[in-house]
Design a protein around this ligand. Structure first.
Ligand code: AVJ
Ligand code: FE
Length: 436
């Protein structure tokens, strides 16, 4: 079993190069599987003003790989400098990114950069550069996820939700295996709350693949609290809708109610009114909707630390787990991820993914909003550039944890942090609740 926790000695470098190459190939295979399914029109269309066109993300993946692995770390001259302005992170306004080259040009860009960086990998000093190479895998993974939800969004443009699951492009699968017939849960379940006893746990991570915002790992003390065993399901959320949730300010914060008046919406973005999805997590809610539901249910959103402790702390052994279930790398038996089935699954479909405390469905399926504003931990140091995390420490972004059905394995772990404005509902986000 490949494990990200394997520690390599200098003499093992050939093996480590081989492992990186394998990961890069696996990651790219998934990226290209999606690429192949996108037509030229969808490629360049801007489906939502807050997001770049799907095709831009593919070019940006190639650009970023070239910038950091060729230019910055290997000292080579830029490849295709004519692409720079279009594909750099802060080059053009998103609406101007529709003037994209065609798919063939972008494919050539991806392939050419990739060929060169594999040559670099053969001799690069990994003692110095391993972190950057691991970061790059996660960069591609995250843009892949953005592509996935933009495609879902473009498929549902006309009917906003209804029928969108059928119209979605297929998943990339794992090793070509078909996995469209997910087992439905055989028994009904009751969402329960799990008691997490007071005490210390370890938040964050110092491993090579930990991003700047996950570092440094540190001890946090939490009082006793309760947290939902599962994410909030569509059936549960329907109660809020039926009770007039979207029409009564009593459950909404002031900012949330103002946001609702502007948006004029009355259901989650990806809502499908079909009992077939009752046991699936609600998906496509803003932080404000999550906050309002929690109040309706007489609960609250968990803090980031509460979420992470419930997901990763093994109190019996005073041990921090990389994944809720331990150290085995994510697979489809443990969590719904990697775009494998391209939709949500019932919240209780992955009992083997449960955490030491018994929480389920914490990785994959839907991202989960937390009560916390995104910020650096004490001792934070930007990597590889301030624009990656630090510029978002502006008090305007809420942290999400856990990953979704579209999250690639390289960005899936209990310490991983995602962040978006509280009003964003295009991402694949749901939530679970907590209580004192
Ligand atoms: C952490 C997912 C919000 O996609 O904007 C990609 C990740 N940063 N390239 C984003 C990211 C730079 C980021 N999110
Ligand atoms: Fe990026």
């Amino acid at each position: 079993m490949k494990s990200s926790s394997i520690k390599f000695r200098a003499s093992d470098r050939p093996q480590q190069r081989h492992q990186l190459k394998e990961w890069y190939e696996q990651c790219r295979q998934g990226t290209l599987a999606i690429f192949e399914q996108v037509d030229e029109e969808t490629f360049r269309a801007q489906v939502h003003p807050d997001f770049s066109p799907v095709g831009w993300h593919f070019g940006h993946i190639a650009y970023t790989e070239s910038l950091w692995l060729r230019e910055r770390s290997a000292g080579l001259a830029p490849l295709f400098p004519e692409h720079r302005r279009l594909f750099m992170a802060d080059g053009l306004p998103k609406c101007d990114r529709v003037k994209l080259p065609g798919k063939a040009v972008i494919r050539h860009y991806l392939d050419t950069v990739r060929k060169e960086i594999f040559q670099i990998l053969e001799t690069i000093d990994l003692d110095r550069h391993e972190r950057l190479w691991r970061w790059m895998l996660q960069h591609e993974s995250q843009h892949c996820e953005t592509i996935a939800f933009l495609l879902q969004l473009s498929g549902s443009r006309d009917e906003l939700g209804a029928g969108s699951r059928e119209k979605r492009v297929g998943g990339v699968g794992e090793a070509g295996e078909e996995n469209t017939h997910y087992p439905l849960p055989t028994t009904n379940y009751q969402n329960q709350m799990i008691k997490i006893p007071a005490g210390y746990f370890e938040q964050g991570s110092n491993t090579t693949d930990a991003l700047d915002n996950e570092r440094p790992a540190h001890q946090v003390y939490l009082d006793t609290y309760w947290i939902d065993r599962y994410p909030v399901t569509c059936a549960e959320y329907r109660l809020f809708m039926k009770a007039g949730g979207y029409h009564n300010p009593v459950w909404w914060s002031e900012n949330g109610w103002q946001w609702l008046q502007r948006e004029q919406i009355a259901r989650p973005l990806y809502w499908l009114e079909d009992p077939q999805y009752d046991n699936h997590p609600v998906c496509g809610v803003s932080w404000y909707e999550a906050e309002a539901y929690a109040k309706f249910a007489d609960k609250r959103l968990p803090t980031e630390a509460e979420w992470e402790k419930a997901a990763s702390w093994d109190a019996l052994n005073s041990h921090h787990r990389t994944y809720p279930w331990g150290e085995i790398e994510p697979n489809l038996d443990r969590c719904n991820h990697n775009y494998a089935i391209a939709q949500t699954t019932p919240v209780n479909a992955h009992p083997n993914g449960r955490s030491a405390y018994g929480c389920e469905d914490m990785l994959g399926n839907v991202w989960e909003w937390t009560a916390c504003v995104f910020d650096g931990y004490a001792g934070f140091a930007s990597y590889p550039y301030t624009g990656y995390s630090q510029v978002y420490f502006d008090g305007q972004h809420q942290v999400l944890k856990g990953g979704s059905w579209a999250t690639r394995p390289w960005a899936l772990r209990a310490s991983f942090r995602n962040w978006y404005h509280p009003g964003v509902r295009q991402i694949l986000a749901g939530f679970r609740c907590a209580k004192k």
